[in-house]
Design a protein around this ligand. Structure first.
Ligand SMILES: Nc1ncnc2c1ncn2[C@@H]1O[C@H](COP(=O)(O)OP(=O)(O)OP(=O)(O)O)[C@@H](O)[C@H]1O
Length: 392
């Protein structure tokens, strides 16, 4: 009886599908990291190209092909394997190479129409909008976690104090790009290099930084960040995600003579201030120069700082109250000819710790990440998903 019941058979079908999906996920984790990175780079290149189809070489193993299928899905593309998986009627002419299983099986990758349209529109990334679903998630977040006394206090005082009224009227340019020309950037790069050269303690820190596990991933992280709007970096505690990735991006931009604003969130006020202190110390500067922070009712640095640490709450509130303005400021510079000078790349780097208990103990943080990720992934204009693991 049970087997003829439609709901049971469909749930067992669902079970099988889930099992198959689980097996496929397993396949991806089984391929070597270098294969995963190589495949991801090939797919990235294809996605950025004008080509509509890319066919991999025919010598991929079953496992590699499974990894390609899954990475494709994650990147919003389609994939299909075709060709014989084995040859039952081999002649001597077929030779030993063709007789191997899977030799003729090829996997082709196609862009979804939506992606093609997005890539064709030159200013595709210049406009960021929250989807209705994302707005709903954010609204829900604020219903669950309404502003606390500190946040509302600013508004209440604002009603009665002329001074605060004035301050509130003042444009908050914390998230704007610093106004620096090429020669000022070059001077900063030079002075950083000479500070490190002349100061033994900075030299020692620089040597330690170069030995961090994340250091060898610098180039791949930069190239991934440059070609993606959302990059997820996962790594062991202490490998250097928080302190190094923002500096990688900054060094890269300054290396090109370009100014940029890198906004980093932290779940707690104390971590926002201490990380900005640490990075400033690594660069031999005071907090508020190149690296600053903004937490509720307190800030150091501002527009002139290239890296700003803030709490999740500060960024989230800025996004909710002034979302499109913030994102217009952070939107890609190179895309629109009439862009205002503040516009730069939208790059959201989600840096997650590999220790899951960090998230378990910080539900607000988790919810924030979920909401933000959801907001981004549910936008049709975003092309996403690169995943790197950095192990200590
Ligand atoms: N305040 C500090 N004083 C001395 N060393 C520090 C300080 N902060 C970080 N470090 C060093 O920098 C390294 C990288 O730290 P970072 O916080 O970037 O790692 P992480 O990968 O972000 O770790 P987590 O997942 O725990 O956040 C650490 O291993 C540590 O050696």
């Amino acid at each position: 009886m049970a087997s003829t019941c439609p709901s049971t058979s469909s749930s067992s079908g669902l079970g099988k599908r889930r099992q198959k999906k689980g097996q496929r996920q397993q396949e991806v984790t089984n391929v070597t990291e270098s294969t995963r990175i190589r495949v991801a780079l090939v797919l990235e290149k294809f996605r950025a190209s004008n080509d509509e189809v890319y066919t991999f070489e025919p010598n991929l193993s079953n496992r590699d092909r499974a990894a390609v299928h899954i990475l494709c899905r994650k990147m919003g593309m389609k994939s299909k394997s075709s060709g014989a998986n084995f040859f039952p009627f081999l002649t001597l002419d077929d030779g030993p190479v063709l007789s191997r299983r899977g030799d003729q099986r090829r996997i082709s990758v196609f862009k979804n129409k939506q992606n093609v349209d997005t890539l064709k529109g030159k200013d595709a990334r210049s406009c960021f909008k929250f989807s209705e679903e994302a707005k709903y998630v954010l609204q829900d977040l604020f219903t669950r976690y309404p502003p606390d006394d500190g946040e509302t206090c600013e508004q209440v005082v604002g009603k009665h104090s002329k001074k605060v009224d004035k301050l509130q009227g003042k444009k908050d340019d914390m998230f704007c790009k610093p106004a620096m020309n090429k020669s000022e950037i070059a001077k900063r790069v030079q002075s950083l290099a000479s500070r490190i050269e002349k100061t033994p303690s900075l030299k020692q820190i620089a040597a330690q930084r170069s030995k961090l596990p994340i250091a060898s991933f610098k180039d791949v992280i930069i190239s991934t960040v440059v070609s993606n709007q959302v990059v997820l970096i996962s790594g062991e505690t202490g490998c250097g995600k928080t302190t190094q990735v923002p500096q990688f991006i900054l060094d890269h931009m300054w290396g090109k003579g370009e100014t940029c604003k890198i906004v980093c969130t932290q779940p707690r006020r104390i971590s926002a201030t201490s990380v900005s202190e640490r990075i400033s110390a690594e660069r031999g500067e005071s907090v508020g120069d190149t690296v600053g922070y903004k937490i509720r009712l307190e800030s150091r640095g501002g527009r002139q700082s290239s890296i700003m640490f803030c709490t999740n709450g500060v960024l989230l509130r800025a996004l909710v109250t002034n979302g499109s303005a913030i994102f217009n400021k952070l939107a890609p510079r190179k895309l629109g000819k009439d862009d205002i000078s503040d516009i730069t790349h939208i790059i959201v780097v989600l840096i997650v710790s590999s220790s899951t208990n960090v998230l378990a103990h910080a539900p607000k943080h988790l919810f924030f990440n979920t909401a933000l990720t959801y907001a981004f992934t549910s936008s049709s204009e975003l092309l996403i998903h690169c995943f790197y693991e950095v192990t200590a």
